[in-house]
Design a protein around this ligand. Structure first.
Ligand SMILES: C[S@@+](CC[C@H](N)C(=O)[O-])C[C@H]1O[C@@H](n2cnc3c(N)ncnc32)[C@H](O)[C@@H]1O
Length: 268
């Protein structure tokens, strides 16, 4: 899905030099069957040897695939054809591109800049709680929760975003937010650690595994919250969350989107 958060033609293919190993791996695995993506990625990499070198070394498990992929790229392509391939790949990887430019994420993503933190506070009492935010991004949820919570652990797998969060913590002298790596599939904490475990725009690839992991780290009587931001998308309630015991809170965003926030009290 394209969100139109960026204009791909304004970005250098060198943006991929900022990417983490897991993103490169995902690019290679998820797009194996997409012929258009594979074709354009092959051209873009073959004509950007520094990026190809970086992919080989940052993500060695993708090396065989990338070598095969780029083996037959014609050697006489025009600059225009090469740029077209680069722009195609940049457009397809829009979300990952935005993640490595955190300031752009805040500026261009409506779900962040249009959001009001009271939409989070309505879902649970954060006062004095120990909270985990999974896939924090630029910290929309984490920094809001930190205004009330005892401590917030902001877990984020993208290195550029962890650095952004740490810079903000330093500049604003925020004393109760801790930044760490980690994914929803494998949360780097022991069982029953948090009063509230929250996320936004993260859960959804594998509901059973993800919710089992969120449930594992939340204390008995604690909450799991899924609080997306404000955008203009038309949605239906998420049946996957409802059938797993979440309650939904619905409103229409000011840009006309159907926004559902979810909450589940965990009883163990
Ligand atoms: C669309 S952004 C949302 C950021 C933030 N939660 C918000 O709503 O403002 C998705 C975030 O999840 C992170 N992410 C991607 N895959 C993830 C995973 N498997 N587990 C945890 N976080 C992930 C990305 O790096 C990115 O920061």
């Amino acid at each position: 899905m394209n969100y139109n958060w960026i204009k791909p033609e304004e970005f250098s293919f060198n943006s991929f030099l900022l990417m983490d190993r897991w993103i490169i791996r995902m690019m290679c695995e998820n797009h194996l069957s997409d012929k258009d993506f594979s074709k354009n990625l092959a051209i873009a990499l073959e004509y950007n040897p520094a990026v190809k070198w970086y992919f080989f070394h940052k993500c060695p498990e993708s090396r065989d695939f990338l070598e095969r992929l780029t083996a037959d790229v014609p050697k006489d392509l025009s600059l225009q054809a090469i740029r077209k391939a680069e722009v195609f790949v940049i457009g397809e990887m829009e979300t990952s591109i935005v993640y490595v430019y955190p300031e752009l994420m805040n500026k261009n993503c409506d779900y962040i800049y249009d959001w009001n933190k009271n939409l989070l506070f309505e879902l649970a009492d954060f006062n004095d709680k120990v909270v985990l935010d999974i896939g924090s991004g630029t910290g929309r949820l984490a920094f809001a929760a930190a205004e009330k919570a005892k401590r917030v652990y902001a877990s984020e797998p993208t290195d550029a975003l962890r650095e952004y969060l740490r810079d903000k913590i330093k500049v604003e002298n925020i004393l109760n937010v801790v930044v760490l790596d980690g994914t929803v599939e494998k949360i780097p904490y022991e069982d029953n650690t948090f009063d509230i475990v929250m996320s936004g725009h993260v859960v959804g690839d594998n509901y059973d595994a993800e919710i089992a992991e969120l449930t594992r780290v939340v204390k008995n009587g604690g909450y799991i919250i899924d609080c997306i931001g404000e955008d203009n998308r038309k949605r239906k309630p998420n049946e996957e969350l409802l059938k797993r015991g979440f309650e939904a809170f619905y409103h229409v965003s000011k840009s006309g989107g159907d926004i559902y926030r979810y909450r589940k009290k965990v009883i163990k």
